[in-house]
Design a protein around this ligand. Sequence first.
Ligand SMILES: Cc1cc2nc3c(=O)[nH]c(=O)nc-3n(C[C@H](O)[C@H](O)[C@H](O)COP(=O)(O)OP(=O)(O)OC[C@H]3O[C@@H](n4cnc5c(N)ncnc54)[C@H](O)[C@@H]3O)c2cc1C
Length: 428
Amino acid sequence: MRGLVWFRNDLRLHDNEALYQATETCDELLCVYCIDTREFAHIPYGFTKMGPYRLQFLLETLEYLKTSLQSIGGDLLVYTENPEQALPQLLAAYNIEHLFFQHQVGTEEAAIETKIADYCRVHNIQTSINNGATLFHVDDIPFKLTSLPNIFTDFRKATEKNSTVRSLFPAPTAVVSITTAEPNTIPTSTELGFKIPEPDPRAAMRFKGGEGEASKRLQHYFWETEALKTYKETRNELLGANYSSKFSAWLSLGCISPRTIYWEIKKFEQDVVANSSTYWLIFELIWRDYFYFVAMKYGKLLFRKGGIKQKPLYCISNEAMFENWRIGNTGIAFIDANMRELLHTGFMSNRGRQNVASYLVKDLKLDWRMGAAWFEHCLVDYDLASNYGNWNYAAGIGNDPREDRYFNIPTQVAKYDPEGKYVRHWLG
Ligand SMILES: Cc1cc2nc3c(=O)[nH]c(=O)nc-3n(C[C@H](O)[C@H](O)[C@H](O)COP(=O)(O)OP(=O)(O)OC[C@H]3O[C@@H](n4cnc5c(N)ncnc54)[C@H](O)[C@@H]3O)c2cc1C
């Protein structure tokens, strides 16, 4: 049988359900990634959806995956074309009988999947769509999506009590490519119209895409430095590589699965120590799951001004204020330092993100969707559910049970940057 694996946010060999199923079921495979050109469209706020840091990380990830697949006899074909255009052509040209892919959350993503699934139905092509993006499989959480709790703690407690994390899918040892498939090369960022900025020496770390780099980071954070041991104490810091795991970028493209991280934490707990820090990293992965399921439940409401709560929201329109926030020129040093870190590196700590989001929404009173769009452009770890879920939360129209939460910047600075080290690092 001939199969096609459509790689999406599961750009890895290990614990990849689609690839595993395909290699078990089919004799010959085509492995495909589509670079969706809609990501390069300018949105009304004046920038593209995907920015240069995210693009670079994606291209590095694709290079790594291509080489990994080649090393076991396969290949990755990369098309700069929207999937609902590219895939039907490939399915027809290579007489594919079975299509495998991972479901991706988001309304536009769902519309694309529907078009492709419809094509397959009409043309008698089998489809296997898996839900492998989360720590807990959607079928294993103790709720129907429609009754997913609106408060994280209720979700966490119920899943911790009732759900288990599934075991990992082994990486395939061999892939047989369809011999007539025309090999191609991955486009460069220049070919896609982007100029990648030089790496900023002030960056917390250099995020390099690919499954190998994800695994190196895990090795470093867990086993070489044992930084995991103190994660709970350090996670709110602002400077350096090891105050937090920095797994987010690799998780966002699926260079590593949350299950792989989970099972490695369990191993660490057995071999080194089980403490509140090892637990807390799992706790944060459950937050990630929660926002994924919230996005599944609420669909397009997540992107509306009134958010999932559909609350009327007062905001002003002021382009200059947004521009100053965006480039780190508000005059509030702590906000500017964080926004410059984002602008120059594509990363910002969780503490920083909470502060700059609160500042945009509660102090400047601007539309939260502008902030979310800028994060979407910049963040090397941009993840639809985590980004829009957290922005809904920050704007008080999401899952925060406290509607009046406000980040008082001087108080935050006194607590998290009392000596001004972080601000000096970015503002000189
Ligand atoms: C306004 C706003 C926007 C955000 N946008 C994104 C985004 O686009 N992509 C993204 O991955 N995270 C986003 N986050 C969540 C969080 O800030 C990042 O996951 C975290 O800073 C990444 O660094 P880390 O991997 O070192 O995190 P760690 O502290 O080491 O946490 C480990 C992992 O847990 C998950 N996690 C931690 N905190 C959160 C959270 N609040 N929500 C969801 N998952 C979490 C991430 O997968 C993270 O990699 C956003 C937060 C805010 C406040």
